[in-house]
Design a protein around this ligand. Structure first.
Ligand SMILES: [Mn+2]
Length: 371
């Protein structure tokens, strides 16, 4: 067995604070208090990024022994930020890494123990041929196709939901193609990736009905994910050294991982009995933003935690905070209390004066535009 002290979970955080606070609520509720959970903040400077960092710090305060925020690595392509963390002194004590996306999370207990068992069993069977192990992720090009079957939704999918669509990208070994409704693209830019309403549909049957998801996959066996196709690495458990071996100088960690696995015929094993939710690919985010809100309601109830999942309890408060942030940013007055100024009572003198000067200039009451 693997010693728990040797495992670290690493979540790469950027700007998606809404989904991330939901993910963190579930990770901390269903996580192992003995396994350190690192949040690596990889974006800075705008409202969304700073709000995301606030979420990370809030969960660190709520779970001081488990959650650790890393915000001192300069934002760069995720592969290199993660490399820097894994190669740091801080990570010398760890041998295994479970990397999770900021919007991917477990929906029941014991998920990490099962993934570790899957690693140990797969390592025994495949040795150096093993790349990594992964849970069954619902909104995932490969996982989606598996789940339609596991949930008994095949008929519904092909009779009512499916449609003709594009899948894939043009590369040396694959091509973008028009698939009929009867086919599913399970690799790069696959079926669910390209059609947000399919993600909505699978969320309605899984993320928003966690018990149903759990029951549908309970007792399922390990299954190999074809490593000839690109897999979306929303949650992967691997040996720490593996991360540096995939470095080909590229900038897309998922592509690098895929190329390395493909070229070396490595094996990826999914423990299909571990249900895992993934909120959105970037292609789906706008259309499905409301799902995060619905899911927060479901999990606030389900987790039975004494604190709210989210930092702010309404969209109105969120908008107000964003406006205040923008206002403070553009406030050039020398207000000595600006840093502590959480209310809008101080006029933005210079910004206001400048706007007035501009209006005078436009009206011809001023000779030159404001500087
Ligand atoms: Mn995502």
């Amino acid at each position: 067995m693997i010693d728990k002290d040797k495992i670290a979970i690493v979540m790469l955080a950027c700007r998606d604070y809404e989904a991330m606070e939901l993910a963190l609520a579930c990770h901390t509720a269903y996580g192992d208090p003995d396994v350190h959970f690192y949040i690596l903040q990889n974006c800075r400077g705008n409202y969304d990024a700073e709000r995301t960092l606030d979420v990370a710090k809030r969960y660190q305060k709520l779970f001081p022994n488990m959650v650790r925020v890393v915000d001192n690595i300069e934002p760069q392509a995720p592969y290199y930020s993660i490399s820097q963390l894994l190669e740091s002194e801080l990570f010398e004590e760890y041998e295994y890494i479970c990397k999770v996306d900021d919007d991917a999370f477990p929906i029941n207990e014991g998920w990490l123990d099962k993934l570790v068992q899957c690693w140990v069993a797969s390592d025994r069977m495949y040795g150096a041929k093993l790349a990594y192990v992964t849970p069954l992720i619902n909104n995932n090009n490969w996982g989606f196709a598996e789940l339609i079957n596991d949930l008994g939704l095949t008929d519904e999918y092909f009779s009512k939901i499916a449609r003709e669509h594009y899948a894939g990208v043009d590369t040396a070994f694959s091509r973008k193609r028009l698939l009929p409704a009867t086919e599913l693209g399970t690799g790069v830019d696959g079926t669910v990736w390209g059609l947000p309403y399919l993600a909505r549909w699978i969320h309605q049957h899984t993320t928003l009905q966690p018990q149903r998801f759990i029951e549908a996959v309970a007792g399922q066996a390990y299954k190999e994910v074809p490593s000839q196709e690109r897999y979306s690495i929303g949650c992967i458990l691997f040996k720490k050294d593996f991360w540096s071996t995939i470095n080909d100088g590229g900038s897309d960690d998922e592509h690098m991982m895929h190329m390395y696995c493909r070229q070396n015929n490595l094996i990826i094993v999914c423990d299909k009995s571990v249900p895992f939710a993934h909120i959105a690919y970037f292609t789906q985010r706008e259309e499905n933003r409301d799902i995060v809100e619905s899911a927060k309601e479901v999990y606030q109830q389900r987790l039975g935690i004494p604190f709210p999942i989210g930092l702010r309890q309404s969209r109105l408060l969120e908008i107000e905070a964003r406006l205040r942030w923008i206002e403070n940013k553009s406030n050039t007055s020398a207000d000595p209390n600006a840093a502590n100024n959480n209310s809008a009572q101080f006029p933005v003198v210079h910004g206001f004066t400048k706007k007035m000067k501009m209006i005078f200039y436009i009206l011809g009451l001023r000779n030159r535009p404001p500087r």
